[in-house]
Design a protein around this ligand. Sequence first.
Ligand code: C5P
Length: 402
Amino acid sequence: MVQDKNIVLGVTGSIAVYKAVEVASKLIQEGAKVNVVMTQAAQEFVAPLTFRAITNRPVVMEMFNPASEFSIEHVTLAAGADLVVIAPATANVIAKLAGGIADDMLSCTVLATKVPIIVAPAMDANMYQNQISQQNIAKLKGRGFTFVGPGYGRLASGEVGSGRLADIEEIIGTIHQVLGRRGDLAKRRIVVSAGGTQEPVDPVRHIGNRSSGKMGYAIAEAARDRGASVVLVSGPTALHPPVGVEVIQVQTAVEMRDAIVDATKKAEALLMAAAVSDYRPAAAAKSKIKKERETLSIELVRTPDILGEVKGDFVRVGFAAESEDVVENARVKLKGKNLDLIVANDITAVDSGFGVDTNRVIIIDRQGKVERLPLLSKLEVAHKVLDRVVKLLPRKRQNKRT
Ligand code: C5P
């Protein structure tokens, strides 16, 4: 995770430099220590003072700086870093790095470091598509550099094409993913479900619920940040899929079941945060139902119980949104669905449950132990749940061997 990490942010001369200011700001807000290294060209676009004010640290610019706090600046910077991010990265800096040229602070730092390097290119579409740039990028990828973007859209020239600096959210997501590679879920395959399902009534209507998907998306994000390879099976939501997570979009309970059965074949944990519709119309009308009658009945039939149906040796975590007898009802579900853990929340509590960013949950395990958590952000809840999942994972592995 980003907290307390030492990140070198290399900034090169592109019109997208102003976006790097926000990247630095986000990293600082998340508790990272950020050392900005600016090339001379970058300083033509944004004054170093901006980065200095945001990071609360001197901006590194020159090769030979007698006032520097570091002795051999590029070596010290490189050695102290957990990660180097170059955003925006021009065609020029990419070419330099691919050619092993080290003639300024940034290229020297990159050459001197052994930590992961993320590159977010920003350049004109023709420059990006040029074979030379493509070969340089392929070469750096081959050396283990992680590339994020560029995105497609309007460029500074007014043309539309590939070359825009990746969205800030995407850059930050990639930083989380790369820093999480050695986390306690590294190389674990985790399946998460999120959102509510929609069961068609006719071509324009459906039966749904108020699930926002926020809890499941937070789990997917938290698991990614701890190094897991995550498959997120999601009902329709208004959320952005987390970067670095494989997202499978579904609509109905049956589609969700099929996607989860498939995704869990290689999984080590399934966290079912989705609010799956319990019933669906027996048959969806082929054409739009007209308001001709005073009353209308729709026959509903049960949907598959996904947790009940998916078989396999993996950690199984269910969620229970309850409005009464929270612990008792959750215990019944834990037993009935053969779960390792159930995360229960009282949806009548303030700031908890559907739609909001916070949740107050109770985690119950197979042994009946009850852990009551305070009101937390959904991301914090996600980490607390994953702390419990991590502890269950080795047990499952040992079971396999015996
Ligand atoms: O809806 P209910 O409260 O029974 O959900 C409890 C758990 O079971 C949740 O984790 C939910 O995702 C899961 N579930 C399921 N298949 C259903 C209904 C719920 O897997 N058809």
